[in-house]
Write a protein that binds this ligand. Structure first.
Ligand SMILES: Cc1cc2nc3c(=O)[nH]c(=O)nc-3n(C[C@H](O)[C@H](O)[C@H](O)COP(=O)(O)O)c2cc1C
Length: 355
């Protein structure tokens, strides 16, 4: 019996296995954040490849929440129409389509990696003024954000909820809230980036408030049957920053707000972080949150070997394994892993003559 190839039921949805495509920006959206044929083929290939859960790239809940002008969004009915064939194809392969709902905060309006420039995109090239917890830019060459006031914060919460409702219309069966990697929600969580003196800053409870309001609003928007995941940065890897102890508390509060699984990543709030990168380097963070907060977790980060992924689930370190770059290199990784770990072939019927 393979633990990795055992189904996982989250509320009204059952994932056929514990392998997920990690959310990964493709910087390939059409005008105004509409997904394109690239997303249909890219995400569709990973569904054909056998990943039980397909999570889209960071998909912005408002235009100014895009990381780059080429990011996808879900802020209008046109986005719903554009996502529909993509989610339908994923579901037809037996995989579960999920959207990562995101707001990039003060890291918005940046060039895509292959643009040949770094930092903030100016208005003349389709950029915009980002928003953040304060008015300091992330790095000197990033755009200077406008600090959100309380009305702006309320609008962000509402935008996540509205996008979550649109996600269901678009055929997504699960929603992931992006609260990691130095984007807006993490900017509010981390003492490195949140210097507010109002009710959304200060102590840990104040800094957690926006993320928890978003979680409650998304849960209310999608109803009881739809899984809600949240991706967090479990540590800033910086002295004086957000810690794993903070994350255990946050995970418990997220569960109380209706979040079903904490997708455990790290870093992103500070360019000065020293991250001990190595095989499975974030797995202990997922294991700690799972044990101490009593919530389901996802593990991600340099998980590349089938036996490694199997062990993480079998040992109870996480309930779901997310693969990023390995699934870029090999969309068929889940079928190859199943061939090693289970007696039953999982390849699609269309491909069985290959074997
Ligand atoms: C090209 C690329 C784009 C990414 N975009 C996102 C994103 O949109 N949202 C997110 O939460 N993480 C994003 N990540 C991080 C991945 O989801 C993953 O956590 C990270 O790559 C570590 O896992 P891996 O070692 O399996 O690649 C991205 C990573 C890559 C390589």
């Amino acid at each position: 019996m393979s633990a990795l190839f055992t189904p996982l039921t989250l509320r009204g949805v059952t994932l056929p296995n514990r392998v997920a495509l990690a959310p990964m920006c493709q910087y390939s959206a059409g005008p105004d954040g509409l997904p394109t044929d690239w997303h249909r083929v890219h995400l569709g290939s990973r569904a054909v490849g056998g990943a039980g859960l397909i999570i889209t790239e960071a998909t912005a809940v408002v235009p100014e929440g895009r990381i780059s002008p080429q990011d996808t969004g879900l802020w209008s009915d046109a986005h719903v129409e554009a996502w529909r064939p993509i989610t339908a194809f994923i579901a037809a392969q037996g995989s579960v389509p999920a959207v990562q709902l995101a707001h990039a905060g003060f890291k918005a309006s940046t060039y895509r990696p292959w643009a040949g420039h770094r930092g903030g995109v100016p208005d003349t090239e389709g950029g915009w003024t980002p928003v953040g917890p304060g008015a300091e830019p992330f790095l000197p060459d990033y755009r200077t954000p406008a600090a959100l006031d309380e009305a702006g914060i309320a609008a962000v919460v509402e935008a996540f909820a509205t996008a979550a409702r649109r996600a269901l219309d678009a055929g997504f069966a699960a929603v992931e809230i992006h609260a990691a990697h130095g984007y807006l929600l993490h900017e509010f969580l981390s003492p490195l980036t949140n210097h507010r003196t109002d009710g959304y800053g200060g102590d840990r409870a104040g800094r957690m408030r926006l993320t928890l309001e978003v979680a409650r609003a998304v849960r209310a928007a999608v109803g009881e049957a739809v899984p809600v995941l949240t991706r967090i940065s479990a540590t800033d890897w910086v002295d004086g920053g957000w810690t794993i102890e903070d994350s255990v508390v946050l995970a418990g509060e997220l569960a109380a707000a209706g979040v079903d699984l904490v997708d455990t990543s790290s870093g992103g709030a500070s360019a000065a972080a020293s991250i001990p990168i190595g095989p499975g380097y974030q797995v202990p963070l997922a294991a700690r949150i799972r044990r101490d907060a009593g919530v389901l977790t996802g593990a991600v980060g340099l998980i590349v070997e089938p036996e490694q992924a199997e062990q993480i689930v079998a040992d109870g370190e996480a309930d779901l394994v997310l693969l990023g770059r390995e699934l870029l290199r090999d969309p068929y990784w889940p079928h190859r892993a199943a061939a090693k770990l289970t007696p039953t072939p999982t390849w699609p019927n269309q491909y069985t003559r290959a074997f």
